[in-house]
Design a protein around this ligand. Structure first.
Ligand SMILES: NC(=O)C1=CN([C@@H]2O[C@H](COP(=O)(O)OP(=O)(O)OC[C@H]3O[C@@H](n4cnc5c(N)ncnc54)[C@H](O)[C@@H]3O)[C@@H](O)[C@H]2O)[C@@H](O)CC1
Ligand SMILES: [K+]
Length: 211
């Protein structure tokens, strides 16, 4: 079982990019793998809400939103902290405009009724405590009553330690991308991660440490 730090994960992705698997392709693979896992775990899902942050974790969520809309599901995307800022997340957000996807801001989040919530708020980039906008989005996810699937890391948890900020998301399932991080094996984080499923995002074996 491969467990890496966030710094090692960045290095792995950099090497993969240099070896022909672009960052954009890894995001596509991550979102596609997570969507497949979602369909296996909640086959009867009809309405999914993707709660997206501004970084690449949000980008993975936009890929899932696109695939779900193409599959005929009802899809709501919540821009919890505004529009995306990273290049690949912006590209994947733009692709949603041609699809029947409802885009909402955090202000209207309480009115959403979904059977699945995708936590694409923060991944490995999270540190510190939740600020008001993040808190609001996490409150919605925690209290929605929906099946919560977290992308890479349940929002509000630090990937390298598994320490949870007050108000962090509790997921039924967490999809870990490429490698496990401490959060996926730390006993204190188990109740937040739920079932952890590892997803291949196309990184060549040789890009991993000690490969
Ligand atoms: N090539 C890549 O880098 C890939 C990244 N992937 C995804 O990208 C994630 C990492 O993406 P990012 O590094 O863009 O970061 P995240 O998307 O995890 O975090 C989003 C932003 O939140 C900010 N933030 C940190 N702590 C905060 C706090 N307490 N309150 C409010 N905002 C806070 C960070 O500055 C960061 O810009 C991974 O977990 C994974 O899901 C995947 O798409 C696979 C490929
Ligand atoms: K997340």
């Amino acid at each position: 079982m491969r467990v890496v730090t966030v710094a090692q994960m960045k290095q792995i992705e950099k090497l993969a990019d240099a070896n022909g698997v672009s960052y954009y392709q890894m995001m596509e693979n991550a979102g596609t793998a997570a969507y497949r896992i979602l369909r296996q775990r909640v086959p009867h899902a009809k309405h999914i809400a993707v709660v997206a942050g501004k970084g690449n974790n949000g980008g993975d969520g936009f890929v899932m939103a696109r695939l779900a809309a193409q599959d005929g599901l009802s899809v709501t995307v919540v821009l919890a902290e505004g529009e995306p800022v990273t290049r690949d997340a912006k590209t994947n957000y733009a692709l949603l405009h041609a699809l029947p996807v409802t885009i909402q801001t955090a202000d209207t989040v309480r009115s959403i009724h979904a059977d699945v919530v995708v936590d694409a708020l923060y991944g490995t980039g999270f540190h510190g405590s939740l600020r008001p906008s993040g808190q609001k989005a996490c409150d919605f996810m925690r209290t929605s009553g929906a099946y919560v699937l977290a992308l890479d890391v349940p929002s509000g948890l630090q990937a390298d330690t598994g320490i949870a900020a007050d108000g962090a998301v509790k997921a039924q399932c967490t999809v870990a991308f490429d490698s496990f991080k401490q959060v996926h094996i730390a006993p204190a984080a188990a109740a937040f991660c739920g079932t952890v499923v590892l997803a291949d995002i196309g990184v060549p074996d040789a890009c991993h440490p000690h490969a």
